[in-house]
Structure formats: C-alpha cells, structure tokens
Design a protein around this ligand. Structure first.
Ligand code: PFF
Length: 453
C-alpha cells in the first residue's frame, strides 16, 4: 500500500499551524488548573522536578513517536495502527492502542468539560466586579457556594460541551486555525501579567521555594506516578490526540524540532502558572494543598487586588476557557476521525453523539463536588477522583508506553529514517534507545514501583 501524503480530514497549512494546534491541545486546564493544584497536594519542589524529568525523558520521545506514527498512517489512530500492522506484518493487538485512546478520551473529556465550565462561570463572576477587593475567605466561599450547586455546574458544563461540539463539527482545521493564531499568544501575555503581579507580592520567595526546593520527604511511589501522569496529560500524550493531529502534518516538517517547541511552550506555561499562583497562596495565608479549587480561589483573589482587575480577570478566564476548548477538541479527535473514516458518517452527527456520551459520564463529576461528595468508588476516591486517576495515571502512561514500543520496534528503520528525515545508522540507534528503551522503561519502573508501594 502506498503511503499517502495527505489526510482526508485536511492538512495544517504549515508546520507552524501544527505547532499552534498541538500547543493548543497541550496547553489547557492541565497547565493552569491541574499542575498547580497537584503540585500543591504533593508537596511542591520534588514533585515539580520529577514532572520536568518525565517531560524530558519520557514525554519528548513519546510525542515524537505519536507524530511519526500519525504522519506515516495519515488516518485516525485506530485506522493508522490497523494499516501499519498490516503493512509491516505485525500483531493486530497493537490496534488496541487506538481503542484504549478512544476510551481514555471519553473519560478525560467528561470531566474536562465540567472544570472548563467553572472557568466560563468565572468570566461572569469577574466581570460582575464581585471579586474586586475580596478577601481570601470571600474568594473561597464564593467558589464553595458555586460547587455546592449541581444545577449551576451542570449548566456551565453543558454550555462548554455545546461549544466544543460546535467547533469540532466544523472540522478541526477550519474551526481552529484562525482562532488559535490569536488566543494562544494573548494567553501567554496575560499569564505573564499575572506573574509580574506575583513577583511583587511578599509571598514570591516562598512560592518560588515551594516550586523548586527539592525535598525527598514529600516523595512516595504515588508522587512519582502522579508526576508522570501529569506529564502525559499536559502534553496530550498516550491516547492518540497528538497522533491524530500528526496525520495532518505536512511531510516536509521536521518532527524533532517541532516537538521540542511544543513541549517547551507547554512546560513554560505550567511553570509560569505555578509561579503566579503559589506566591498569591502564601501572601494570603491560603493552603497550597487545597485541591481542585486552588486556581479558582487564588486567581480571582489576585485580580481583585489589582487596578483594572475586573477587566483583566475577565479576560484571563476568557483565555483559560479558550485554552480549554482547543484542548477539548483534540481529546475528541481520535474517536471522531475514526467514525468519520470508517462509517463515512457526517462529522456533525458524530460530534453530537460523542458529546452526548461524554456529557452523561460528566454528570458523575458534577455530582462528585456536591451530592456525591461522600460517595467513594475505590478507597477514598470520589467519581471524579477515580475517573481522573484511571485515565491520567494509568491509561495515558500505558498507552504512551505501547506507542513508544511500536514506534521503536514495530516500524522498519527505513520508515523511521524517512519520517525523521535522516537515514543515518546513528539515528536508528538513538531512536531505539530513547523510544524503545528509556521511555517505556521509565513508565514500567514507575508502574512497578507504585504497585509495590
Ligand atoms: N493537554 C491538555 C491540558 O493540559 O489541559 C489536556 C489533554 C488534551 C489531555 C488532549 C489529553 C489529550 F489527548
């Protein structure tokens, strides 16, 4: 079978649009909401450094593998894997990578839209001026009152899901290109405004130390598992989202440098968000380990104390919602592209069906913060904690490990060489070492270590 140079779903018009789209997928709630709150829950410094190591040694090779496989197959992850195993006479079991990614996508999208709904709500909360001059207590109680009302959460979740479905139905490329060009850069600017403010607060030194002072005592097997899961989540790896986007990358783009830029931008945003949030936490005597509400309490509080805070705060939550929607779209792309290819289904119909299924699962997360707060699925985990844990800390690393193994050992070296644009023997050796040994072994070691305590 000849390798096609175009995808039927369309193509990014340049390498830079792929960088923007993949960065749009990577940069989202994972950086601004999740990274600070789980760093806070896991004691800061050591967690952050383990996370950075996971990005560099596990995330980067796996991201290259995803783009490479996607571009080689030029279809949805499931069909790409199908075509590649046939072409290279490998076991059909590898196609499970695609199916597991689709399942992980449903689970992640289900709660992602709930949290993104909180960001939508805060656009209006900030615009109303209710947070202007608010104290830490007021900011916290505003958030807690909001969480306690399942109807409110359901309303904002539904609105966000409808927005996602609307864009997805139009096609990623058409729906996204123009928007990404404008909003991503603006988000960077605003994050740096916030960071500038954080530097002036008296909590800055403490926030800095919290993020970067390495303290072994805070590290357990679980910490490492969570840091690794976060690396996968924040880079959108392990479920085929980047593989699906990789299918639309022009053949001429260099994979290595492109991936390094995407991962670099993503890490920059996460670290900037942490450095903006923790000083505010300490300056106001708040608790770094307070959980999922961390961003929704600290950021309104910070803007409430700034001149023109209502305006900047509103804009900030608009941009966070936008960052979230560019990520949400990529989460649904593997399943969507598969259904469109396989059944020749209409994109809009498929988008609505996927949205409805994910929305229904998401109701479990809505209720986890109020009516079902005391319902524990496994151990101490609420429905939200459970779905989050299984998808982020188990499915994504497992999927990523299999993707790396396939890219290193399942594809002939001529394919790898031509995709990487270098037919030198050392390229193959480095590729096998990074993708075939270091990255999968890293995941395996963390899994085994967690199982045995
Ligand atoms: N990377 C996104 C974030 O950090 O918010 C979330 C995400 C997108 C996870 C796409 C997984 C995915 F496939």
């Amino acid at each position: 079978m000849a390798v096609s140079t175009e995808s039927r779903h369309g193509m990014w018009s340049s390498r830079w649009l792929f960088v923007l789209a993949a960065a749009g997928s990577a940069v989202g709630l994972g950086n601004i909401w999740k990274f600070p709150y789980i760093a806070g829950e896991n004691g800061g410094g050591a967690f952050v450094l383990i996370y950075l190591a996971c990005v560099a040694f596990v995330g980067l090779p796996i991201m290259m593998a995803e783009v490479l496989i996607g571009r080689e197959g030029r279809q949805s992850p499931i069909n790409t894997m199908r075509a590649l195993v046939q072409q290279h006479h490998r076991s059909p079991a590898w196609v499970l990578i695609g199916w597991m990614g689709v399942l992980a996508g449903f689970l992640i999208l289900s709660y992602y839209t709930v949290i993104a709904g909180w960001a939508l709500y805060y656009i209006f909360e900030m615009a109303s001026g209710a947070m202007t001059g608010a104290s830490g207590d007021v900011a916290a109680s505003t958030f807690n009152d909001f969480l306690a009302d399942p109807w409110q959460l359901l309303f904002w979740q539904t609105l966000f899901m409808a927005g996602t479905v609307f864009i997805v139905a139009r096609g990623v490329i058409k729906g996204l290109e123009t928007a990404i060009r404008w909003f991503m850069p603006l988000l960077f600017v605003l994050l740096f405004v916030l960071l500038g403010y954080a530097v002036t607060t008296e909590g800055f030194q403490q926030g800095w130390d919290f993020m970067f002072a390495f303290n072994w005592e805070t590290v357990s097997g679980d910490t490492v598992l969570i840091a690794m899961g976060q690396a996968f989540f924040t880079l959108s790896l392990g479920m085929g989202a980047i593989m699906a986007y990789g299918a639309y990358v022009p053949s001429s783009a260099s994979i290595g440098s492109t991936v390094a830029i995407i991962a670099g931008l993503d890490t920059l945003v996460a670290v900037a968000a942490g450095l903006a949030i923790f000083p505010i936490v300490f300056a106001n005597g708040l608790e770094p380990g307070q959980g999922p509400g961390l961003m929704f309490v600290t950021i309104p509080l910070a803007f409430g104390q700034m001149p023109l805070g209502a305006l900047f705060g509103t804009l900030f939550f608009v941009l966070v919602s936008f960052a979230a929607i560019t990520s949400a779209i990529s989460i649904s792309e593997p399943a969507l592209a598969y259904l469109v290819e396989t059944y020749n289904a209409k994109r809009s119909r498929v988008a609505i069906s996927l949205g409805v299924i994910s929305w229904i699962i998401g109701i479990g997360t809505v209720l986890s913060f109020n009516l079902w707060a005391d319902v524990h699925i496994v151990g101490e985990r609420t429905f939200f904690d459970f779905v989050d844990h299984v998808s982020q800390n188990i499915m994504l690393p497992l999927g990523g490990m299999l993707i790396a193994l396939f890219a290193a050992w399942g594809l002939p070296k001529t394919v790898v060489g031509s995709q990487l644009g270098l037919q030198k023997p050392w390229v193959n050796v480095v590729w096998k070492l990074l993708c075939g040994v270091v990255a999968p072994l890293g995941v395996a070691v963390v899994f085994v270590a967690t199982l045995f305590g």
